[in-house]
Design a protein around this ligand. Structure first.
Ligand code: CTP
Length: 421
């Protein structure tokens, strides 16, 4: 049995290209995968070469490109590619390719490889809305999902013609995030992704809130939203439904996630209060402001230039502690499971870990994910965390990519209500 890769670095990724115009976007995905250190094999269908030629894929992946099973027959490539792959990503997948996958055809290099591989398979369909909504496509997608294939939801927006609707290929950045989530996901007995969150609804807050001081200035923080996003992608590949409450996040929405954008702590609190009743889990990954302006100035705050030194005194007031409020509001019920995050630097004689343990007990969420940020973490791809229970005891540790951390947090979350999975 092959050992599991912990990131895309060094992973062998087979990228399948279906015959759709969106194939040009996949060139950026291949670039991104190679930039992360993945060893990428591109396997285009014959039809897809009408849109993007083999030379593009060969140059970007640094490997020759095979389309038919009758090329490089001495190397038995149609078996080898599938066997060697740690991950398969198909983007774009046409209606025709989905149909061939569903019935197990093996009439070209890509479909033959798909029958051989035991690695996770992530499929990004792209087609016109009418085709995407057709009963036969819906049935093929449902069947593939039932077999453990991760079929991403297409994005909604402008299509190739003058029309718009569901059917766009998600942006390369979102596909790369989905690939990261898939390669680090826990596996089922056959090598596919363990879909232990099917039927669960996760409400995940992400990003950092902004508190307006006047029409041009605000108090904010350095949170990029990447950890919340990694949690969303990881939960989606494990089968969950995800509602992301995004505070000032400039990232592509994960395919299939519902997204509500908010600005301030009060707006975030209002959305969480309204939505948490429907959720199986609330994951508070957002960096929420603890203080907001006691009064937002309607006019721009001016400096008083009489002495050239005056500084305005800006009065602040506390915001609602949404995490604590959610725990109290749950009032002993099992749902939603509640996960908090604590970024600590340590203060005086108290170590960052001691502060986090005290916070875990004080907030009494089911899990508190502690992150020692003394060394800096905001905006970085990697993270190192300890997961504490409500008594401050460590239940798990995770290091590596934010996606790997996300899966470790979800493992603990899944274990909280094992009867659901
Ligand atoms: N949080 C919240 N509402 C707030 C502030 C924070 O729900 N007004 C949540 C965060 O989303 C996070 C957790 O509380 O999940 C811990 O955030 P942190 O800022 O570390 O905790 P604070 O209670 O603000 O403690 P500190 O005094 O260390 O700032």
């Amino acid at each position: 049995m092959k050992s599991l890769p912990r990131s895309l670095e060094g992973a062998r990724v087979l990228v399948g290209i279906g015959g759709g115009i969106a194939a040009y976007k996949t060139a950026h995905l291949v670039r991104g995968l190679v930039a992360e250190g993945a060893d990428v094999r591109v396997v285009p269908t014959t039809a897809s070469l009408e849109f993007v030629g083999a030379a593009t894929w060969e140059a970007l992946s640094h490997h020759p490109v095979l389309t038919s099973v009758f090329e490089d027959v001495d190397e038995v490539a149609h078996v080898r590619f599938g066997q060697e792959a740690d991950l398969v990503v198909i983007a774009p997948a046409t209606a025709d390719l989905l149909a061939r996958m569903r019935i197990g055809r093996a009439d070209d290099m890509l479909t033959a490889s798909l029958l051989v591989t035991r690695a996770p398979v992530v499929v990004a369909p792209a087609m016109h809305t009418e085709m995407w909504e057709h009963d036969s496509v819906r049935e093929n997608v449902a069947m593939l999902r039932e077999r453990g294939v991760t079929v991403l939801e297409p994005a909604v927006g402008r299509l190739t013609g003058p029309d718009s609707g569901a059917g766009r290929l998600p942006e390369p950045e979102a596909l790369l995030d989905a690939a990261r989530a898939a390669i680090t996901a826990p596996r089922d007995g056959r090598g596919g992704i363990r879909r232990d969150l099917v039927g669960r609804e996760l409400l995940i807050t992400a990003g950092g809130t902004r508190e307006d001081l006047d029409p041009v200035r605000f108090l904010a923080n350095h949170s990029s939203g990447k950890q919340g996003w990694a949690l969303a992608h990881a939960a989606l590949v494990r089968g969950a439904r995800v509602h992301l409450v995004a505070a000032n996040v400039a990232l592509e929405t994960p395919p299939g996630a519902r997204r509500t954008d908010v600005g301030s702590a009060a707006e975030l609190a209002a959305v969480v209060a309204e939505q948490r009743g429907q959720a199986d889990a609330l994951v508070m990954a957002a960096a929420v402001a603890d203080f907001t302006a006691a009064e937002r100035s309607e006019a721009k705050i001016k400096k008083d230039d009489a002495d050239g030194e005056s500084v305005p005194a800006i009065a602040l007031r506390r915001t609602e502690d949404i995490l604590r409020h959610s725990v109290l509001d749950r009032a002993g019920a099992a749902r939603p499971a509640i996960v908090g995050f604590a970024a600590e630097t340590g203060a005086g004689a108290s170590s960052a870990l001691e502060l986090a343990r005290a916070k875990a007990r004080r907030k009494a969420a089911d899990l508190l994910v502690f992150n020692d940020i003394s060394a800096g973490v905001f905006g970085a791809a990697d993270n190192s965390v300890r997961v504490l229970d409500r008594d401050g005891e460590e239940v798990a540790r995770a290091e590596g990519s934010k996606t790997a951390v996300a899966h470790a947090v979800l493992d603990e979350l899944a274990a909280l209500h094992p009867e659901v999975s």
